[in-house]
Design a protein around this ligand. Structure first.
Ligand code: HEM
Ligand code: HEM
Length: 164
């Protein structure tokens, strides 16, 4: 089967026996669904973070620089990296741990984003926000450590080959 036919057959949603392109493209197992969730959230952070960047540029007020940078780096970039890890290396990770890692990272990234926005916008005091940002930052680290565990414990290479 040529590559186009393999892709077309794959898109029909039926399970393909055997290996090759169709098998690799068919790996919409549980982990790829996690990858898709991460991708959707990543693009959401990108939209918010870039909007804030445009606002800073337009207003010539760069006061939210740190917020902008961390919405994009902790939110967009890390979520995208986690999504790519799920897609490329995690075949059948433990469901409970994978879900915990996803929820933990998103809760932490949203808290860091909102907390920094309030802090640099002068909308809440540092005394109020410091402990919240501290816990949320530790949660970002814990999310990273959980992903490290998932990769060490369940990671494998998913190889896309041309042969069908
Ligand atoms: C149209 C899109 C974007 C606009 C208009 C924009 C705008 C800005 C502005 C005005 C600053 C402040 C610069 C300064 O005061 O030194 C900034 C800083 C920054 N931006 Fe963006 N940005 C955009 C996209 C992105 C993206 C996609 C990323 C990362 C994935 C990013 C990461 C950063 C970082 C890390 C800084 C801090 C740089 C530093 O420490 O000096 N930006 N951006
Ligand atoms: C939640 C965990 C994190 C904490 C607690 C943290 C903390 C900080 C702090 C305190 C600064 C200095 C801000 C200032 O200039 O006053 C900073 C800057 C920076 N961080 Fe992070 N960071 C975290 C995650 C990350 C990640 C995951 C990335 C990249 C993927 C990143 C990239 C940067 C960059 C590029 C800057 C310079 C731009 C800026 O000043 O905002 N950080 N971070």
């Amino acid at each position: 089967m040529n590559r186009a036919a393999a892709i077309a057959r794959n898109r029909s949603g039926r399970q393909q026996p055997g290996g090759g392109v169709s098998r690799a493209l068919n790996e919409w197992g549980t982990s790829s669904l996690d990858g898709r969730k991460f991708l959707i959230w990543a693009l959401g952070y990108a939209a918010v973070g870039i909007s804030l960047g445009l606002y800073m540029a337009a207003s010539q007020n760069h006061g939210e620089l740190v917020t902008h940078a961390h919405i994009l780096l902790v939110g967009f970039v890390l979520s995208l990296v986690y999504g790519i890890i799920h897609k490329l290396w995690l075949e059948k990770p433990n469901r409970a741990i994978a879900n915990t890692q996803f929820v933990l990272h998103q809760a932490a990234a949203v808290t860091v984003s909102v907390g920094l926005f309030l802090l640099y916008g002068g909308l809440a005091t540092e005394a109020t926000l410091s402990p919240i940002l501290g816990v949320a930052s530790a949660a970002v680290l814990l999310g990273m450590l959980l992903m490290l565990y998932l990769v060490v414990r369940f990671g494998s290479g998913k190889v896309v080959t041309e042969s069908a």
